[in-house]
Design a binder for this molecule. Sequence first.
Ligand code: ADP
Ligand code: MG
Length: 286
Amino acid sequence: MSDAETPTDPGDSTAETSDSPAERAAKHTPSSVPLQVRDLRKQFGGIVAVDGASFEVEKGSLTGLIGPNGAGKSTTFNCIAGVHEPTSGSVYFNGEEITGLEPYEIANRGLVRTFQIARELSEMTVLENMMLAPRGQVGEKLVHSVTPGLRDSVVEQEEDLRERAWETLELFEIDHLAGEYAGNLSGGQRKLLEMARALMTDPEMVLLDEPLAGVNPTLEEKLLDRIHELREEGYTFLFVEHDMDVIMNNCEHIIVMHQGRVLAEGDADDIRNNEQVINAYLGDTV
Ligand code: ADP
Ligand code: MG
């Protein structure tokens, strides 16, 4: 199988020169911008949590989404990940509209969020948690396991998964906890496991909502180091956080939300010097 032989090329240069900017934008195909959020709005009864937010996340970036409490960060995050259906607006991932899809459908496209370890999972070991995470396992399709010849591939896939699980646990330095019940982990270790599980799905982009909440400084550094390493490998991150310093020190692109809208965007210096941001968000901390 060779993708190189595929005759269609949506990024064809002749197409690009003949399109107007609006037409190009309408195609939503820039491979360097995996995530596009357009005019996103989410209302809960009378409360407008997200009020027309638009932004993009570049491939391979560690993009920070910050804003004061109640700014709409988590709601935006949940609308992207399929947890909430937006009231209006759209979300595109790799040029495909994903608005209103189920979280697993979005994960199958390569966009995952970290999940808190649910109660059932806390009664399983760390390794079992890892093995349960992946998508698209042959083993899930039971019919295959009774088809002669496919039995081996199921076993092989199980082995591959196990290997990937161990490698990922090693990466997060929690491999020594593989046999431990997830429920016995510290808050910080659990965060590491949540990240590790998200990576088992082989995503392109990972959404993190306050991944450092309740994490001690040593583990916090470890988590941030891993995120940077993974970013260098080509993963893309959207990092929702209320801790200004963490975002300023780690994200090359920062989106500031306020009252459900995007108030400002830019690098740490842009944000630090933005008067609207200072008024809305930094006013009482700087
Ligand atoms: P942030 O993550 O920036 O702190 P949220 O997205 O959690 O902000 O919340 C934005 C606004 O929406 C807040 O006023 C919050 O009370 C409200 N909100 C969030 N989730 C719900 C919900 N499920 N039902 C009702 N109101 C909600
Ligand atoms: Mg939040």
